[in-house]
Design a binder for this molecule. Structure first.
Ligand code: GDP
Ligand code: CA
Length: 340
């Protein structure tokens, strides 16, 4: 198979680490830049919000900062070498979300984005402009596309003792650390939203589609629920290969387990594959990578009609992420070869 166009569906941190590995693996496999496949990432925007009058897009920014090489990997979000003077002042005014601290440099990204949106640009165009400045104006090695240009916000129904209420996803995730049970997720605005033309076109042109090890409910699940996106995926001739975000029955980094519980899916690599479903049965997946610790799940996943492999799934650094991305590409190649 000649791979020219690779599309990866991503959320924030898990997606960013995986995509950074994919870039590194492609540089290794295709040393000449002109031979290298192009990578397009379709990014979840369901965690977006308006904070202190600014449009904040956490998953797009995790992708942008990571691929620009300026992310704070230890903390897991935002920029390295940040200061928090503006947030401290905003808190004194009682403006913003005190539990969602924005760094000073990060705030300039949000100001730039908001100003472009106010000028009437679509989010897709704004992202194109924001990503162009990095690497001394060469831009990012990956094209970032928001799933939709319309504003979609994931809200969570919780009960803090005075009856059910809906709060923004980030309030549940960051302020409550997903410690209060989620009763359900509501994607506010999704019925009026649509997948962008650019995202649908990227899927149509794709030779391979990869589903990053992102949160299956609030990152990948939200994207699949955007009208038009799932249909574009289903129509694609490209093999669709996913990477499990669950290793050894646990959500590594974060609380994906709390999200899965809320939608009645067990926290296991096999259950997430079953939730996504086999492509031949109208589901999402042709292939699925599970961790070596979950090797017993391989025949179970294959019994669902999804080709499976057990590989090292921990993305500790660029090298381990690159090896994982290589395994995903190889599995996609295998799917393609066996399809003839
Ligand atoms: P978020 O939007 O920042 O929460 O990021 P994503 O939705 O992209 O990804 C979060 C998910 O990535 C977590 O729920 C984990 O299950 C998964 N994840 C994080 N680190 C790793 C890793 O090293 N390997 C794998 N396979 N999954 C990971
Ligand atoms: Ca996110």
């Amino acid at each position: 198979m000649h791979m020219q166009n690779i599309v990866v569906l991503v959320g924030g941190v898990g997606g960013a680490r995986f995509t950074r590995g994919l870039v590194s693996e492609l540089e290794r496999r295709y040393p000449a830049a002109e031979d290298r496949p192009r990578v397009t990432a379709v990014v979840n925007t369901g965690d977006d919000s308006w904070i202190a009058g600014l449009r904040v897009t956490p998953d797009l920014d995790s992708m942008m900062y990571t691929l620009a090489g300026v992310s704070d990997d230890e903390r897991g979000w935002g920029l390295r070498d940040e200061s928090y003077r503006v947030s401290a002042e905003l808190e004194k005014y009682g403006v913003g979300w005190p539990w969602f601290t924005l760094g000073d440099l990060d705030i300039s990204t949000h100001i730039a984005r908001t100003s472009m949106l106010r000028d009437g640009m679509s989010l897709t165009s704004v992202v194109e402009k924001l990503t162009a400045r990095w690497h001394d104006g060469a831009g990012l090695p990956v094209r970032l596309l928001p799933m939709s240009d319309e504003h979609v916000e994931t809200h969570v129904e919780i009960d803090l003792g005075s009856g059910p209420e809906l709060v923004h996803f980030e309030e549940w995730w960051v302020k409550h650390r997903a410690g209060v049970p989620a009763r359900r997720f509501v994607q506010v605005g999704i019925t009026g939203a649509s997948a962008t033309w650019e995202a649908r076109d990227a899927l149509e042109q794709a030779d391979v589609v990869l589903i990053a090890p992102s949160n299956p409910v609030v990152s990948i699940g939200t994207m699949l629920a955007v009208p038009g996106l799932r249909a574009a995926l289903d129509a694609s001739a490209a093999p669709v290969v996913g990477v499990s975000p669950i290793i050894g029955g646990a959500a590594v980094r974060g609380y994906a387990d709390a999200c899965l519980t809320a939608i009645g899916v067990e926290t296991s690599a096999r259950a997430v594959a079953a939730h996504y479903g086999a492509r031949r049965d109208g589901g999402l997946l042709d292939g699925w990578l599970v961790g070596e610790e979950d090797a017993v799940a391989v025949p179970e996943v294959e019994a669902l009609g999804i080709r499976a492999r057990a590989v090292p799934l921990w993305m500790r650094d660029v090298a381990t992420s690159a090896a994982l991305a290589g395994d995903a590409l190889d599995l996609a190649q295998g799917v393609r070869d066996s399809a003839g």
